[in-house]
Write a protein that binds this ligand. Structure first.
Ligand SMILES: CC(C)(COP(=O)(O)OP(=O)(O)OC[C@H]1O[C@@H](n2cnc3c(N)ncnc32)[C@H](O)[C@@H]1OP(=O)(O)O)[C@@H](O)C(=O)NCCC(=O)NCCS
Length: 179
């Protein structure tokens, strides 16, 4: 397994893994009607648009990392600098059958490496569904601190409680040093 920057050619595999991961991790959290609907189509549209822009206008405000083994995609992480100056870890997913084998930790180390090099004085944060106990255990294990709780309204019309976890610039650097 190795980790590299994502490219436009990864869009389809990322959309498929993103969909599989939601179907697995959110089966008991999100309405079945939504999960069994147009999830893959939405993710295909999202990733092809994101990656087309990344390819056309490379910049230092966004980062896509993919964990691969040959042609197989094992996980990915996507970060972006937000309007308030903080860095958002917007997506982090590991192939469901390969969870708890260290891939998520490795992606976070590399993602925080990018953040600490490109944006050394910035907090990194993420938003996780409050009922996603596995991901919360993972973020706590990596030193994330809960900083905010709110209810998110999804475009499909349902609402779910969300917790924000954050890492100070110093904590980001410490995890980045594990690369
Ligand atoms: C959350 C996720 C990214 C973690 O990645 P992972 O590869 O499974 O995690 P790792 O194997 O790198 O685990 C790192 C540490 O977290 C701990 N951890 C991981 N999953 C855990 C769980 N379900 N319960 C308790 N601890 C857990 C591991 O034990 C490990 O601790 P260690 O380093 O002391 O051994 C992955 O499980 C995933 O893709 N989940 C589904 C999608 C998702 O919820 N993404 C987050 C959306 S906000």
């Amino acid at each position: 397994m190795h980790i590299r920057s994502g490219t436009e050619d990864d869009a389809e595999n990322i959309a498929q893994l993103h969909t599989r991961s939601w179907l697995t991790a959110y089966a008991e959290i999100m309405p079945a009607g939504y999960l069994n609907g147009s999830l893959l189509g939405e993710r295909r549209a999202m990733w092809s648009a994101r990656l087309a822009t990344v390819a056309r206008q490379p910049d230092h405000t966004r980062c896509l990392l993919v964990a691969v083994d040959g042609d197989a995609l094992l996980g990915f992480a996507y970060l972006a600098v937000e309007a308030d100056g903080r860095v958002l870890l917007d997506n982090l997913h590991v192939e469901p059958e390969r969870k708890q084998s260290g891939i998520g930790r490795e992606l976070v180390h590399r993602a925080f490496g990018w953040a600490s090099e490109q944006h050394p004085d910035r907090t990194v944060y993420l938003e996780v569904l409050r009922d996603n106990a596995a991901a919360i255990a993972f973020y706590r294990r990596l030193g994330g601190r809960p900083t905010r709780e709110f209810v998110e309204r999804f475009p499909a019309g349902f609402e779910l409680p969300v917790v924000e976890y954050a890492w100070s610039p110093d904590d980001v650097r410490i995890l980045a040093d594990h690369r």
